[in-house]
Design a protein around this ligand. Structure first.
Ligand code: AMP
Length: 395
């Protein structure tokens, strides 16, 4: 992959596609600027190499129409704070219209080093990846840097189309994601353990299929564990089970056996009679779950076993929580697994995005991890072994 370290930026204008799809409150203030902060290494690198930077991003779903609710104006204000320098905001409903073209001239002649375009999804051509819009974006700059990992699984004009018209490089954020969720797993340090949790087997079936070829062990928790347990003939009471995926679960179990991969399932579980933190918590061995029981976390014995496996692993991918970690009563399984990961010595510790990243932050394990993915859908696709369109353009 070509990364920005391979590019020559001196005196150039660089278009960077970032993922500034940040949450806003009702007064349109940015409530979490992590996505902006995460781009500092890439933006600083390019600025220090002597280039001017134009950033573009989508925000929300304006469906191809200009809509003030989805304007990037609040993002421009937040950028000024994060980068501690002036940002020229091209408030142009056409994204690359007359206003932007005029501003570009001003930008090039001024000392300002950062310019932000309006929401790329104000143009219907964005999601349709129409060449005309891609060409317009490309006409603003000399080089394109793709750093929007969260949008890399979508082939849009600003993530993929523009690369047809400019020399293209991956930003530092993208490069890290591809390294840890892709390349590194091709030749992992062993033992390589994958922690699979969360709500559905069906969402993660392709991740199983891909990583089962590479891993030494799988640790399974979350609601998906109950689909596996039911497939093995256990009574799972009222636990969340994907009834139509029992064959799939058996298929994964058979595949693991065929490949000699150890697949750990819970031996005991905790839960209640309802999906609630307020009804009494109960613990059962998996062959003793009553009909009115809903499993909401892995039990103590399982926590100990999973932790031990993780402490002895050298590459770990965490992909989903072990239980309903949002509830006080059912966070222990997820914490035990996080302790096992954090305590493993000299290991590479990789966290898939979404809920896993949220749990890592909530329980204070952020600093212990080697890499925490910033993507949701894009992280899953990489773990599935897919070549993302936004990565392909950087090859
Ligand atoms: P996912 O988005 O697929 O990674 O799923 C994460 C969600 O799964 C979290 O919100 C958890 O609360 C939920 N979850 C984990 N374990 C269970 C369980 N045993 N029953 C129901 N939901 C669960």
């Amino acid at each position: 992959m070509k990364t920005l370290r391979d590019a020559e930026f001196q005196g150039k204008t660089v278009l960077i596609r970032v993922d500034y799809n940040v949450p806003l409150d009702e007064n349109l203030n940015v409530t979490d600027n992590l996505r902006i902060v995460s781009t500092i290494p890439t933006v600083d690198y390019i600025l220090e190499a002597g280039a001017k930077v134009i950033l573009c991003s989508h925000l929300g779903r304006p469906d191809g129409q200009p809509n003030p609710k989805y304007s990037l104006a609040p993002v421009a204000a937040e950028m000024k704070k994060v980068f501690e320098e002036d940002v020229l905001f091209a408030d142009d409903d056409e994204v690359v219209g007359e206003k932007t073209i005029a501003m570009l001239k001003e930008f090039k002649e001024s000392d300002t080093r950062l310019m932000l375009l309006q929401n790329t999804r104000f143009r219907s051509e964005e999601e349709a990846n129409e060449p005309e819009f891609a060409k317009q974006l490309a006409s603003l700059a000399d080089i394109f840097v793709m750093d929007a990992f969260g949008a890399a699984h979508r082939a849009h004009a600003s993530t993929v189309g523009v690369a047809d018209y400019l020399p293209t490089y991956a930003g530092l954020l993208m490069a890290d994601e591809v390294k840890y969720l892709g390349e590194l797993l091709e030749e992992p340090l062993r033992p390589f353990t994958v922690v699979m949790g969360g709500s559905k087997v069906s969402d993660k079936i392709q991740v199983f299929r891909n990583l089962i070829k590479k891993a030494d062990a799988f640790i399974v928790g979350g609601a998906m564990a109950f689909t596996f347990l039911k497939a093995q003939g256990y009574n799972t009471g009222t636990s969340k089970v994907e009834e139509d995926k029992l064959d799939l679960a058996n298929e994964i179990l058979a595949l693991a056996e065929e490949k000699g991969v150890k697949l750990y399932l819970p031996k005991d579980v905790t839960g209640s009679t309802e999906f609630s933190n307020d009804t009494p918590k109960a613990a059962y061995k998996i062959d003793e779950m009553p009909d009115d029981f809903m499993g909401l976390d892995i039990g103590e014995e399982t926590q100990k076993e999973y932790k031990k496996v993780l402490l002895n692993s050298k590459t770990i991918v965490l992909n989903g929580p072990m239980g309903v970690f949002e509830m006080e009563n059912y966070k222990d399984g997820t914490i035990a697994v996080l302790e096992g990961i954090a305590g493993s010595k000299d290991s590479v510790k990789i966290v898939g995005g979404g809920d896993s990243a949220a749990a890592v932050a909530q329980f204070g394990f952020t600093d212990a991890m080697t890499h925490i993915s910033t993507g949701g859908g894009a992280s899953l696709k990489l773990l599935e072994g897919k070549l993302l369109p936004g990565v392909k353009v950087c090859l």
